[in-house]
Design a protein around this ligand. Sequence first.
Ligand code: SF4
Length: 176
Amino acid sequence: MHPVWTHPVRPHPAAIAELPVYVIRKWSVRHARLLERIYAGVERALLMAAPVINRIGHERLEKPVAAVEKTVKGVLFDCQMCGQCALSSTGMSCPMNCPKSIRNGPCGGVRADGYCEVKPAMRCVWVEGWQGAQRMKNGGDIATVQVAIDHRLKGSSSWLRVVREQTAAIEERSDA
Ligand code: SF4
């Protein structure tokens, strides 16, 4: 048995399992396919609105869009606003809830029953993610190696970043 299991102050899994934020996180993973569809719709809507967004200016929109993103994703995923959203590649389980902030997981410390070695009362976010990925159409993306996180982007909107990246890609294609 892992030594932490016998520690007297180890929180009971039920303690964390009842936290609303944790319950909703788990719901999101269970409904990863539905959220994948919604996410794709949001992305399409953002790209359709890209000309307007670009005209208004990303700097001007950053604060209000980031506030909306933080609220929506905070409720659904316990989002930590890393600015480089990976949810579509992580089974709708936010990797930033991993105590080690691992972007490619799970780590070698995950317990045999799927719980975290650092927070023993919490299911490993990557074990959850692999389960969520099984439900998704593009769940195979979880096998793609994620690049290291750029902490300078913390707090910024991933939604606006998608618009910038897609706009640049379209311009690049039209220049070619
Ligand atoms: S990956 Fe980043 S942006 Fe996406 S939900 Fe997690 S903290 Fe938020």
